[in-house]
Design a protein around this ligand. Structure first.
Ligand SMILES: [Cu+2]
Length: 467
């Protein structure tokens, strides 16, 4: 059997025949049976030229379901993939020109709302923070125009994408920066699938800290596993917005005070709404400046099915209830939502579920403040000591207290039973038996006898509980 070089590469890739050791240039292939695959070159190493870009095919670890050297029609939503849902965000529109998907990102300043009552002048793309999700299918040829409407130079790096180096978007290293007013054209073919990201790669600390980032989702051309019923995407990040100010401070080394899911903080985050029994995938990317996030889901266990490097083989997946997403990483989790209710989903780092003012306050638990307040009020007229009963009720009281401009309570929302003392990187998975639409469904009413309640005297007696 005589194969072309391209077919040989592809079959070698899939049969796992390539190993770095065997692939050394000039080394004769040790297996005689495979000689035919390599034609007259008796080596595994392709002959490469720097004049022509050749899609990398030797590394067997790229997440691919089809020949990366093939050409494919532009993937169609509904037919080739289930479009992702982006709570509080959007997916970038595209048009198709001669078989190429065309996208346009415009870097610009945006007045962004993190939650009602908290806004800041941020930088994003297409009038939103973060930028829209770029969604495509493995094998799609894409052309992404980037217009710079900021007053500073920028560039966009396509994080995790296998592409020609000249498209990698690293200012200074792979391109000159895009000057204010200019439009650059990036173009490549997706030869992989996965949950990937994009972000500014010019003055990264400032530009990423101002919000210049987004997700890239590339669906497999030939999915190897059943498609989920619901496919959510969330991008985690962190900000520092001092009460009374309207511009993120991007220079803090640690201790950011605004931790976001799709650039929103609780209670400004939208719930993830699903029907009981649905197969749910949640893609979580993290582009925080300094923090890793341990995202915990209540009421279910899940499997970590995919990283930014590709799909984890089913036998190697690890069951979890908390997934650690380090900065610069993405993780996909999958589960069947078979437990109806309102389930908290949040970062498990306590400070990451507090809003602006919940940080750096002395522990006042148990301190009697009746004498402190009057004396301090002589100096600060509206002074009121905070935290003698913890921080949980701060949101409740904030309505009656003077607060700085552009500041929201450190935690919360009035829930069905009491104040929910969480903020920041917190959202709710709403699983419903009857689902009319995917809009917020209000609060869940648990079946009779399944809601925790005050223990009765009879029950205490029955079970021998002495108080
Ligand atoms: Cu966190």
């Amino acid at each position: 059997m005589k194969l072309t070089r391209r077919e040989a590469l592809f079959s070698a890739l899939f049969a796992g025949l390539f190993s770095a050791k065997k692939a050394r240039a000039g080394e004769a292939h040790p297996h005689h049976d495979h000689h035919d695959m390599h034609g007259e070159h008796k080596t595994d190493m392709p002959v490469l030229s720097d004049d022509v870009y050749q899609t990398p095919t030797s590394n067997p670890y790229y997440p691919r379901t089809v020949d990366p050297l093939g050409t494919y029609p532009p993937g169609e939503p509904g037919k080739d993939y289930l479009p992702v849902s982006v709570p509080d965000g959007s997916t970038a529109p595209f048009k198709i020109k001669d078989g190429v998907k065309i996208y346009h990102l415009t870097a610009q300043e945006v007045m962004h709302e993190f939650s009602p009552g908290l806004k800041a002048h941020c930088w994003g793309y297409n009038g939103q923070v973060h930028g829209p999700v770029i969604e495509a299918v493995e094998g799609d040829r894409v052309r992404i125009y980037v217009t710079n409407k900021l007053k500073v130079p920028t560039s966009v790096h396509w994080h995790g994408v296998i592409l020609p180096m000249g498209q990698d978007g690293v200012s200074g290293l792979t391109q000159r920066p895009i000057q204010p007013g200019e439009t650059f054209k990036y173009e490549w073919t997706f030869t992989q699938h996965g949950t990937l990201m994009y972000h500014s790669h010019k003055d990264g600390m400032v530009q990423k800290g101002m919000g210049m980032m987004g997700l890239i989702i590339v669906h497999p051309r030939r999915p190897q596993e059943p498609r989920p019923d619901r496919d959510f995407a969330m991008l985690l990040s962190e900000w520092d917005i001092k009460p009374g100010t309207y511009r993120p401070d991007t220079s803090v080394p640690v201790g950011f005070n605004t931790l976001t899911i799709n650039a929103r903080v609780f209670p400004g985050t939208s719930a993830l709404v699903v029907q009981t029994g649905e197969r749910v995938r949640i893609r979580i990317g993290n582009l925080s400046a300094m923090s890793h996030h341990a995202i915990h889901l209540h009421g279910h266990t899940f499997q970590i099915s995919e990283t930014d490097g590709g799909v984890i083989p089913p036998a190697a997946r690890w069951p979890e209830t908390t997934v650690l997403v380090a900065t610069g990483q993405t993780r996909n989790i999958e589960f069947i939502a078979d437990n109806p209710g309102d389930w908290a989903m949040h970062c498990h780092m306590s400070h990451h579920t507090m809003n602006q003012m919940g940080h750096g306050i002395p522990n006042m638990l148990g301190v009697k403040t009746d004498t402190i307040d009057p004396s301090l009020r002589q100096l600060v007229p509206e002074f009121m000591a905070m935290g003698t009963h913890g921080m949980g009720d701060m949101g409740k009281h904030v309505k009656h207290m003077p607060t700085p401009d552009n500041a929201i309570p450190m935690v919360g929302l009035e829930g069905p039973y009491d104040y929910i003392s969480m903020g920041g990187m917190f959202t709710v998975l709403k699983v419903r038996n009857q689902l009319k639409d995917t809009k917020d469904q209000g609060w869940y009413n648990p079946p009779k006898g399944t809601r925790v309640a005050l223990a009765s005297a009879n029950e205490l007696k029955r079970d021998g509980i002495k108080i």
